[in-house]
Design a protein around this ligand. Sequence first.
Ligand code: TRP
Length: 348
Amino acid sequence: MPHTHEKKPHIALTGDRPTGKLHLGHFVGSIQNRLKLQNDADQSFYMIADVQALTDNADNPEKVRNNVLEVAMDNIAAGLDPTKTTMFIQSLVPEIAELTVYFMNLVTLARLKRNPTVKSEMKDKGYEEDVPAGFLLYPISQAADILIFKAETVPVGEDQLPVIEQANEIVDKFNRFYGTGENADGEAEGVFQKIIPLVGATARLVGLDGSAKMSKSLDNGIYLSDNEATIRAKVKQMYTDPDHIHKEQPGKVEGNVVFTYLDIFDEDKARLEELKAQYRAGGLGDVEIKERLATILVDSFEEFRMRRSALEADKEAVMRILEAGTERAREVARATMQEVRKAMHIDY
Ligand code: TRP
């Protein structure tokens, strides 16, 4: 029989650290891509990265634990479908930790210290040289998270790109040391293949205060689970044009957070262009544009809020979803570890 080249299944994987509820930045940065991929990929995985969350919360395991269900509910309410996406808890798949140990030999300490994502997180958290080893190493364990499931597409926020780049260096090293040789392009082949990161249409959402990034720690975000009153109050606080004091004055649209958000969330682009023109010319008040944005946000996430409260009423059912997903994920992880041990000649 002639050798047939079967197409490998297209596998997607993504994850969240369970350290708090998800906000609009997560939604436009990666959740939208997750939702699309769960239909487009042959298999998709969603991981609650509690092990990674503990790398900088070792002293606060309760926070991590409490947020496991929160991020699970956020994702399901946003449209992640547990019958299409295998949802699981990282710490319950110990094979990931095992693979991390072998990957540790493939990365130098100097390279870890150069990772721009880790560097900026270390700065934010005030770590100098006193960084927990586990935190410095988290890009290695994130490589294991992805590769143990042989995922090729990984929806992430823009800030995660250097982590994926580092994972791909691990792929290359592993395949060079333990692989089957080079392909026609001179790339080492073996158990693992290169990962392609997928960043959302809006790579980065500015914070309510106009700072570069919406983030939990800066407390400048709108959470997906915020209720109508909270959304309206937060939009009222948004940074606009500080020189636009009276409605009649001409205002600036660029750098005006309300318009930045309208650009993303307002589907009536023609009307939006009219409003921008009017704002620039003078005669359109901040109150009006803020009301428009608040209403759009309230409406866009109404279904989300309904689904989320239904989930909150039955958290045990959410836990059962994670347990079932974890079982499935673990089977895949076990199978990959067998391949890994064989490739490394430690399959005694
Ligand atoms: N580092 C990611 C974040 O902070 C979370 C994460 C852990 C992840 N493991 C992953 C994302 C694997 C994608 C794939 O958001």
